[in-house]
Design a binder for this molecule. Structure first.
Ligand code: IPE
Ligand code: IPE
Ligand code: MG
Length: 241
């Protein structure tokens, strides 16, 4: 664990937790074992990042495209997610003491209603927390997120609550799953892939990208330190000079 302060800490770090399947394959294990290890890494890195003082953390756990995987794998991932929710409920008092607000980003309509009910309970119970905003993206797709924002705006225009001239970037932002949270400063993707895979399309407009060949289950606190160190050395210009 580091005790060195980072010169400029990103306000919002987003992580694509990729490489679980390859981690398992390398060991001759079923892919589900990779997801089990990946879930452990998520808990470890989430806690470490929160302790470092990163205020907004978003972890990509399941995409709108991941439904195309074999049913057994989808089931295994959802079951791990259920375990995490049970644990989050048991740990509510502890999390609240730490000031952790939990939110789930994505389209809940396709998720098992039993899980959605747990998700809603956890979100509601931590709503007042402000120290660490921990977002988990489940059945999340950046295009779907923008699409549902567009539909919401269209409904308001149709009802007369909003005129097309009044629509601003903020009108869109307040309808995204990340409403009220800052844009992504640093996007981390392990496992050697260098793509966004439909993650936080709007929010990553000016994000700094950091890639690593490490498979997510092997991702360590030192890897996060490296990403933060690289981030601190970047020059962000936002189109200016
Ligand atoms: C990320 O690991 C977890 C999910 C997408 C749910 P993968 O399962 O994509 O692992 P690889 O990319 O096949 O190694
Ligand atoms: C992105 O990983 C989604 C998550 C990590 C949840 P994928 O493994 O689904 O992405 P692709 O298919 O390699 O682009
Ligand atoms: Mg993958």
């Amino acid at each position: 664990m580091t005790d060195k302060p980072f010169e400029s800490l990103p306000r919002h770090v987003a992580v694509i937790m990729d490489g679980n399947g390859r981690w398992a394959k390398k060991r001759g294990l079923p892919r589900s074992e990779g997801h089990i290890e990946g879930a452990k890494t998520f808990r470890r890195i989430g806690e470490y990042a929160g302790n470092l003082g990163i205020r907004h953390l978003t972890f990509y756990a399941f995409s709108t495209e991941n439904w195309s995987r074999p049913e057994a794998e989808v089931k295994a991932i959802m079951s791990l997610f259920g375990d995490y929710l049970d644990e989050a409920l048991r740990r509510l008092d502890e999390d609240k003491e730490k000031g952790i607000r939990l939110r789930f980003l994505g389209d809940k309509s396709r998720i098992d209603p039993a899980l959605v009910s747990l998700m809603d309970t956890v979100e509601e119970a931590t709503r007042e927390m402000t120290k660490v905003n921990l977002n988990i993206a489940v059945n999340y797709g950046g295009r779907q997120e923008i699409l549902q924002a567009a539909q919401s705006i269209a409904r308001d225009v149709k009802s007369g609550a909003l005129s097309p001239e009044e629509i601003t970037e903020q009108t869109i932002e307040e309808r995204l799953y990340t409403a009220g949270q800052p844009p992504v400063d640093l996007l981390i993707r392990p496992s050697g892939e260098q793509r966004l895979s439909n993650f936080l399309l709007w929010q990553c407009a000016y994000a700094e990208f950091w890639y690593s060949d490490v498979l997510w289950p092997d991702f360590t606190e030192a890897d996060l330190d490296r990403a933060l160190g690289a981030y601190a050395a970047r020059s962000r210009r936002f189109g200016g000079l």
